[in-house]
Write a protein that binds this ligand. Structure first.
Ligand SMILES: C[S@@+](CC[C@H](N)C(=O)[O-])C[C@H]1O[C@@H](n2cnc3c(N)ncnc32)[C@H](O)[C@@H]1O
Length: 367
């Protein structure tokens, strides 16, 4: 366990008039946010211990029943249930002293096939916050922190979070939004998925388009080892190859499609990566860039999704970019105009925003 280093001399701001009502409103909002911060760990706990899954049927339950059914200690189950009820994740009935998980929460917290499935988002957040002490140090020096340097909850949580969106949108909406790409994939195309992490997107595309071949690449060896196992398990390893390579060096040429899913802004040298994509892409090929939802200006992103993404940008994505050569540090909320600059600087001529969700921008880039 680490302790955050604080300044030794307390800073006293110059006195300014204070509205006591606004001050108290802010204090109570902050109390709610502290509760929400702790709830990140509580959701991970509920997911890991099977609390939510045990309650998914909507039946009311007491702390001792939950403890018994999950093989856990009743004291922990009791406090966890009360904390969840205080945050409106559960309903509480004082007459019977029982708790129930509403159907919507059950879908979002237990149903892996739901587009609203959330545990990965919480696991990613929990892992990210645990590594924040290193970020405070890096902000003092300007050093970066590579993706590989994070704890496994960051990698696994990221995959679970993004996989939910790829399952919901990639095949039915995003690929069809690209001109002529689905037809090529159906006939048999070559595809490079760059910065593929655990390969969720690569494997999903491979399962859907059995005539096409895929190469997924990522600079992080640990992620590629997992991606290879996942391809074996999915029965697509004969058409999917995974390689450890930075985005400026992945192999192959004449690709019909290159994809980067939520990875371009993490790279130190996105322009170098874009040049390499151009070099390995067929002249009539397409580069699909999926980036976190963002507008081009800070004021466009001052909303709940932007807030979460600026948080990840500060603690995860910007340090990742700064840890690599060039260290452009686009930031998670770079926005389409900045991504277009990256692509056109690398020699691409055509650029279009073709789809979006509350969490993603999908961009079509062509020579
Ligand atoms: C936010 S994760 C997304 C992973 C995956 N595409 C997904 O959607 O689950 C960003 C990924 O970019 C990879 N990455 C960062 N810099 C890279 C670089 N220069 N070359 C290749 N991969 C890189 C990281 O290792 C990480 O797997």
């Amino acid at each position: 366990m680490t302790t955050t280093e604080l300044p030794t001399t307390p800073v006293r701001p110059a006195p300014r008039p204070i509205d006591p009502e606004k001050l108290m409103a802010f204090v109570f909002r902050a109390v709610d946010e502290v509760g929400a911060s702790l709830n990140t760990a509580l959701v991970v706990m509920g997911d890991a211990l099977g609390y939510y899954r045990t309650m998914a049927d909507g039946a009311s339950i007491t702390p001792s029943e939950l403890a018994e059914r999950t093989g856990t200690d009743e004291h922990y189950a009791r406090e966890w249930l009360a904390a969840q009820a205080a945050g409106n994740y559960l309903d509480y009935d004082p007459a019977t002293r029982t708790y129930t998980l509403p159907a919507e929460q059950a879908a979002a917290l237990t149903d892996e096939t739901s587009p609203a499935y959330l545990p990965g988002f919480f696991q990613l957040t929990h892992g990210t916050v645990r590594d924040a002490a290193a970020v405070i140090g890096a902000a003092r020096t300007g050093d970066g922190i590579g993706w590989h340097a994070h704890n496994g909850d960051v990698h696994v949580g990221c995959e679970r979070f993004f996989r939910t969106m790829y399952n919901a949108h990639l095949i039915g909406e995003w690929l069809p939004a690209l001109e002529g790409v689905v037809e090529k994939l159906e006939r048999g195309a070559t595809v490079a998925d760059v910065g593929c992490g655990h390969g969720a997107s690569t494997i999903l595309m491979a399962r859907t388009f059995p005539r096409s071949t895929f190469v997924g690449s990522d600079y992080h060896e640990g992620s590629i080892a997992i991606a290879r196992r996942r391809a074996e398990q999915a029965g697509v390893a004969d058409r999917v190859r995974f390689e450890v390579a930075p985005a400026t060096e992945f192999t192959g040429s004449g690709h019909d499609l290159v994809t980067t899913f939520d990875a371009l802004h993490d790279m130190g040298d996105p322009v170098g990566a874009a040049r390499h994509v151009r070099h390995t892409l067929a002249d009539d090929g397409t580069w699909m860039i999926v980036e976190p939802m963002a507008g081009d200006h800070v004021e466009d992103n001052l909303n709940p999704v932007g807030r979460a993404y600026y948080g990840f940008s500060t603690l995860l994505c910007t340090p990742a970019s700064l840890s690599q050569d060039v260290g452009l540090a686009l930031g998670t909320q770079a926005g389409p105009a900045r991504i277009r600059d990256v692509a056109t600087t690398a020699g691409f001529r055509r650029f279009a925003a073709v789809a979006n969700t509350p969490f993603n921008n999908v961009l079509e880039v062509r020579p």
